[in-house]
Design a protein around this ligand. Sequence first.
Ligand code: ZN
Length: 438
Amino acid sequence: MTPSAPDTAMRTLMERLYPVCRSITGEGVRETLDVLREKLPALEIVSVPSGTSAYDWTVNDEWNVRAAYVADSTGRRVVDLADHTLHLVSYSVPVRATLTWDELRPHLHTLPDHPDWIPYRTSYYHRDWGFCLTQRRYDELADGRYPGPYEVVVDATLGPGVLNYGELLVPGESNEEVLVTSHVCHPSLANDNLAGIAVAVALAQRISAQLRRRWSYRFLFAPGTIGSIAWLAGNPEAPARVRHGIVLTGLGGPGPLVYKRTRRGDRRIDDVGAGVVEGRGGEVRAYSPYGYDERQFNAIGFDMPVGRLSRTPHGEYPEYHTSADDLDLVSDSRMFEALEALSEVVDILENDRLYRNLVPHGEPQLGKRGLYPSTGGRNASATVMAMLWILAYADGETSLWEIARRSEVGFPLLKESAAVLCKAGVLADEGPVEDSFR
Ligand code: ZN
């Protein structure tokens, strides 16, 4: 695979999904999952009926919208869902009414500090309706440029249906799993979270193409909160299978990579996720009970080892949850770096092993085994340093990844060097690292 290939594919996928009017249920989610299934043919699309109990929650009625607009007295549509999916408050109840400006005004949402941006608002659990618009358009309405009374139409349905999520299992040698999740409920917003979806799809494709996998990998594309909780409720045996997990979100926007630890903070995914992100100049944060679906998986009743990878997190960049979170905010190189970082995490989870130095009394003589460059340059080569680090720490208890963390020699070079040392008979492979947290 050439490095540029996934960039184009991720961008193309985001461009295709950007205009779709998604919410936590309805046609937009199904259309999105159908597109993902073109990329991941084994993706299973699951339907959970409205009204289904899911722990402390109940699956919402299904919401679908055909059209929604505000028209002035001359029939000009001054706010129209057809122009941008953010114009309608998600889950707005059906409305057909003629309203005065004073009656309409409380249903309008703007961002006075960013007069050209449209805010993103939802009303999932409180039955209401509303429109989101630029402050500029709001001021024009207030100035009487578009005279009332206003015709308000929300041609929507809200009633019994289903909630959908997508699930892909890439089987490995073990039935134990690595869980990778991404939410699929936001409409035309690129960083939050088409970027996470696109990176998850590219990662699923990479992992599927690997010939051998130690772990099984489960990819979950679910609406935020209720989607993940519905998955957990429908699969009560799932948490015990998940040995490592990561939530993906906001991977194409501004800032360096940010790894958010699990609630316990000392799971293996924390060590690996934090190490990989620090190695790329990123930031590591402690757990907090707010954010994305890491808060479902880490809840006390599940206690799953699920961290989160993002860039600048939600609410910390001005474009968050506004129309300015568009395809221009998301950079291909940042998405690609996130994919590379996740590939590193997978490589470590798959290949971290314990080794034992079979020649532990002093430094083994690498030269007589043909492992030391005979030309004797001023500094030992990176390969020799990798071998020396392994031999210094390979006591059967310190894993290759722990050696990588101490030495700052990259894990891939350590892996190659360990294979060379095993072949030369100075190192014994003592098997994969067993995870000890349960
Ligand atoms: Zn969001």
